[in-house]
Write a protein that binds this ligand. Structure first.
Ligand SMILES: [Zn+2]
Length: 249
C-alpha cells in the first residue's frame, strides 16, 4: 500500500501568519507545499493537503484531518518571524527521536547547503500539529520572513528548497520513483505487451489485433515511422503495430 504523505501549509484565510517585506507567510508556505506535492507525484505515495487555497483551519483541526485520513507522515510548512537580524532555517518536532529526528537532521543539512543559517532542531511540545498528529510530524520554518536575506534565499532557491524537502520525505519514507515507461522508449529488442483495442498492419490498415494476442509478451524486431506514426514490427506476429498500442514489459 502506498504511503499517505500529508502536507500542511500553515495559517491561511483570516490568519496571514507572519508578514514582512510585502510577503505573507500563508502565501509563501502554500506555494511551497504545492510545489512539493507536484514533485511527490513522481513517487509511489499519495499526497494530502490540509488546505489548497487561502482558507483557515485550526492547527488542531488540521491534525484531526490527517489522523482521520490515516496519514503516514506529516509536514507543516511555516516561515519564521522576529527582529530583522534573526535568520536561518529550523525544524520543529514534538520529540527529537525516530523518523522525526532523521528527517530533521537531513533537512537541516540540506537547507544549510542551500544557503540558510542552520538553527537546528527545536523541540516544541505545545504545537497542536506536532502534538495531536498520530504519525511522525515535522514543522519546517523556512527562513525568517522578517529577514531580507532569508526572503532572497526563499525566492531565488525556491525550487531547490522544494526539491530538498521532497528528497528527504522520499528518503525517510522509503518512497520509490514511479517508472513511467513511455512508448517513446520502445526499440528493437524491447519486450512489449499489446494493449486491448490495438490495430495492426501499420499506420493505415486499422485491422484489429485478435484478442488472443492481447496482454501476451512479444519481442520488437525493429521500429519505423510511417506517415508520422511510430510502429514496431512484432517478431512473433510478423506485423507492424503502432507503438501507442504497446507497453514495455
Ligand atoms: Zn507560521
Amino acid at each position: 500500500m502506498n504511503k499517505l504523505i500529508y502536507l500542511d501549509p500553515g495559517h491561511g484565510g483570516k490568519d496571514s501568519g507572519a508578514v514582512g517585506y510585502g510577503r505573507k507567510e500563508a502565501d509563501d508556505v502554500l506555494k511551497m507545499a504545492k510545489k512539493v506535492k507536484s514533485l511527490l507525484s513522481a513517487y509511489n505515495c499519495k499526497v494530502g493537503m490540509t488546505r489548497t487555497n487561502d482558507t483557515y483551519a485550526s492547527p488542531s483541526g488540521k491534525a484531526t484531518i490527517a489522523n482521520k485520513a490515516g496519514a503516514d507522515f506529516f509536514v507543516s510548512f511555516h516561515r519564521n518571524s522576529a527582529d530583522s537580524s534573526a535568520k536561518g532555517y529550523e525544524t520543529l518536532v514534538y520529540a527529537n527521536s525516530g523518523t522525526k529526528k532523521e528527517f530533521a537532521n537531513k533537512i537541516n543539512a540540506k537547507m544549510k547547503a542551500i544557503g540558510f543559517t542552520n538553527r537546528g532542531t527545536k523541540v516544541r511540545t505545545g504545537l497542536a500539529v506536532l502534538r495531536q498528529t498520530k504519525m511522525p510530524a515535522v514543522l519546517l520554518e523556512l527562513g525568517f520572513i522578517s529577514n531580507k536575506k532569508d526572503n532572497e534565499i526563499f525566492v531565488s532557491k525556491f525550487d531547490k528548497i522544494a526539491e530538498a524537502i521532497t528528497s528527504v520525505i522520499v528518503d525517510v519514507n522509503n518512497l520509490k520513483k514511479v517508472t513511467t515507461t513511455s512508448n517513446a522508449s520502445i526499440k528493437a529488442g524491447s519486450t512489449v505487451k499489446i494493449k486491448s483495442g490495438a490495430k495492426y498492419g501499420g499506420a493505415s490498415s486499422g485491422k484489429s489485433v485478435s484478442s488472443a494476442y492481447i496482454g501476451k509478451k512479444y519481442t520488437v524486431t525493429k521500429v519505423q515511422t510511417n506517415k508520422g506514426v511510430k510502429e514496431a514490427l512484432i517478431k512473433q506476429l510478423n506485423s507492424w503495430v503502432p507503438t501507442k498500442y504497446l507497453s514495455i514489459v
